[in-house]
Design a protein around this ligand. Structure first.
Ligand SMILES: NC(=O)c1ccc[n+]([C@@H]2O[C@H](COP(=O)([O-])OP(=O)(O)OC[C@H]3O[C@@H](n4cnc5c(N)ncnc54)[C@H](OP(=O)(O)O)[C@@H]3O)[C@@H](O)[C@H]2O)c1
Length: 325
């Protein structure tokens, strides 16, 4: 489809009612699930801070064993000791920098070799950068961490997930995908030709993750494994800590003034990972635990197919079978 036609389709698909629903949902509390999850395995990326930390604690408090994919070995060790001592569960970790292709691949292969099923896989690690940063592989860092790492890991895990009798994959996404209202620059996912901004790159990476969910949803259809995306609320965390002092001042003193506690994110991620009420739901976007229509570009199957092809290339996965449908 030509770019102009695509834009016309998006404009037609935008609805005020969806925007009003988002505003309403942003104020809602998440549904809670009090079911036990003893002995089940939960894999979570980025559990050393913010939403990931609160979520790992919530799962552990219900008896789940944790496998945390963390960047900082010291913080990771402290976390695992805390969860094991406080809740009597098992906590293991894999130390990985999910901005690098080598670590994305290593994590994917290590998880694929696990003997036990992964009951819940939470792609939570994320970053927000006000300036364009290149990774060791020459990728733009926000795109690499927020989209490509979950893409590569899910792709390398597909056979294991398909062989399991169930399981839930949760993508910690964001309402910020709406900051890319006219879709992705599929010819420039690495932000080499277009003007870079924190909001645009972050919004685009989150949009890319939502588009990839369409194709992973197709891949997993009928397998009993579901994949859903979650806006975890606007909550106070360490996000943006790698930016300069002006941004950090703005975040701490203005942006986060009305932000909520990470407890709501953890409740939502527990509910979506465990509750029978959403057991068969897949391919959906939730604002906390409320089902919501994402922005029209996130539902564009043509863009999803193209992104899939490009992500296989950028993710160094082209040796693998490239077609799903
Ligand atoms: N906070 C919000 O209001 C909000 C709203 C919508 C969506 N989200 C999403 O929620 C998720 C969690 O963010 P947060 O707000 O909790 O931020 P946070 O407090 O900064 O936590 C981010 C976590 O990801 C890890 N991480 C960052 N870069 C990584 C890398 N290259 N490799 C491995 N791990 C890495 C961090 O590890 P270190 O401890 O080593 O830094 C940390 O554990 C993100 O996907 C974010 O986009 C947050």
């Amino acid at each position: 489809m030509g770019r102009n036609k695509q834009l016309r389709e998006y404009i037609k698909a935008y609805k005020w009612s969806d925007m009003l629903a988002m505003v309403r949902n942003n104020k809602a509390d998440p549904r809670r699930c009090s079911d036990d999850f003893a002995g089940r395995l939960v894999v979570i990326t980025g559990a050393t801070a913010g939403i990931g930390y609160a979520t790992a604690r919530t799962y552990a408090s219900h008896g789940a064993n944790l496998l945390c994919i963390n960047r900082n070995a010291g913080k990771s060790r402290v976390l695992c000791r805390e969860l094991e001592t406080e809740f009597g569960v098992r906590c293991r970790d894999i130390i990985a920098d999910l901005s690098t292709l080598a670590d994305m691949h290593r994590v994917g292969h290590q998880l694929a070799q696990l003997e036990e099923p992964i009951d819940v896989l939470i792609h939570n690690a994320g970053t927000y950068l006000t300036r364009r940063v290149e990774t060791v592989d020459g990728l733009e860092a926000v795109f690499a961490v927020n989209h490509l790492s979950s893409f590569v890991i899910n792709y390398l895990l597909r056979d294991k997930l398909l062989a399991q009798s169930g399981g839930r994959v949760l993508l910690v996404n964001s309402e910020a995908h709406r900051f890319a209202p006219w879709g992705l620059h599929l010819d420039d996912l690495n932000w080499e030709k277009h003007r870079y901004s924190g909001l645009l790159s972050y919004g685009s990476a989150k949009l890319a993750q939502l588009l990839a969910m369409i194709t992973f949803g197709d891949l997993l259809e009928g397998s009993g494994v579901t994949v859903n995306a979650v806006h975890p609320g606007a909550v106070r965390t360490e996000s943006g800590k790698d930016n300069g002092p002006v941004y950090r001042w703005y975040k701490n003193n203005i942006l986060e003034r009305n932000f909520r506690s990470t407890a709501i994110s953890a409740d939502a991620l527990y509910y979506l990972g465990v509750s029978a009420e959403v057991g068969g739901v897949s391919g959906k976007f939730f604002n906390l635990t409320t089902l919501e229509n994402p922005a029209p570009p996130a539902l564009d199957r043509g863009a999803a197919d193209e992104l899939w092809r490009i992500s296989l290339k950028l993710g160094d996965l082209e040796g693998s079978v490239a077609r799903v449908r």
